[in-house]
Design a protein around this ligand. Structure first.
Ligand code: SAM
Length: 272
């Protein structure tokens, strides 16, 4: 996805990004932070920080530490600043491309990539940047919504888009763990690489109170292609009536898979 489109999409979502899937976003952030093994004086860099949920989960552990949040979206950064206005942790925020930040190499002890890899045209660049920013022995962790995409509700949606020839959004909607391993193996930069790589797949059921709330989540994450409003409205109309999407009680339930990559930054040739 182009940087302008990412920024525009998350500027438009604003606070709706987080409120549309609060439980899912917090679950992913909490699991991610656990894999960073933070110490109280660590310095964290949160790439694609959005409204700051990952840093909020890290704040307690970083009682003497610091954090920097990087994002392309001005509105998400404003929300993040507001979140930490009264907090003990006072992160610094920068509006930059997380694939190529102005931050110094080896300037952090941990880097997080919460639900951000699929937005990058080249996700490897994001992982490499995280690796570059972390000192030897520091940690890198990333989460991604895995495949299948949002259980049978998501699969039905993708099927409908395909049938009607709607080009999917430019986000890589369906990542799988093998892709994560490939990215981790390739993410070597400035003599640093990832070691002790772990890939975990977590599965949880999340539900939305009604169809509109679920559809709002898809919009909030930028999962719906832009400029196809009429055809999307017609797809939404059909999905609303589909019992593979909406339960008899009106809720939309989705078993969601989240994969979690975590690793330690080390030096040297990976093949020796
Ligand atoms: C799905 S949100 C995730 C936000 C947060 N990390 C979380 O876990 O809730 C994706 C965020 O990544 C940001 N983003 C995507 N690609 C980016 C890039 N190349 N550089 C900086 N931010 C990016 C978007 O603006 C958005 O705020």
């Amino acid at each position: 996805m182009r940087h302008e489109d990412i920024a525009e999409s998350f500027n438009r979502s604003g606070a709706a990004y987080e409120s549309s899937a609060r439980e899912l976003i917090n679950f992913a952030a909490s699991e991610l932070v656990q894999r960073l093994h933070l110490q109280e004086d660590d310095d964290l860099v949160d790439l694609g920080c959005g409204p700051g949920v990952v840093m909020a989960h890290a704040a307690e552990a970083l009682s003497r530490g610091s954090a920097i949040g990087v994002d392309l979206s001005r509105v998400q950064l404003e929300l993040a600043r507001e979140r930490f206005r009264l907090s003990a942790l006072r992160p610094r925020f920068i509006q930059e491309d997380a694939c190529a930040t102005s931050l110094r190499s080896r300037s952090a002890s941990a880097a997080s990539l919460g639900l951000v890899l699929p937005y990058a045209e080249r996700p490897l660049l994001l992982l490499k940047e995280a690796t570059r920013l972390v000192r030897l022995g520091g940690r890198v962790a990333a989460t991604v919504i895995g495949s299948p995409f949002f259980g049978s509700a998501g699969t039905t949606l993708l099927g409908q888009m395909e049938r009607r020839g709607v080009v999917r959004p430019e986000i890589e909607l369906q990542f799988d763990p093998r892709e994560a391993v490939r990215l981790a193996l390739l993410s070597e930069i400035e003599d640093l690489r990832l070691d002790e790589v772990e890939i975990e797949e977590l599965e949880r059921e999340f539900w939305w109170d009604d169809f509109d709330a679920w559809w709002g989540m898809l919009e909030g994450f930028g999962f719906l292609p832009s400029g196809r409003e009429r055809i999307l409205a017609s797809i939404a109309g059909e999905l609303r009536e589909d019992d593979r999407v909406v339960d008899p009680d009106g809720q939309v339930r989705c078993p969601v898979k989240i994969w979690l990559l975590s690793a330690t930054v080390c030096e040297g040739d990976p093949w020796l």
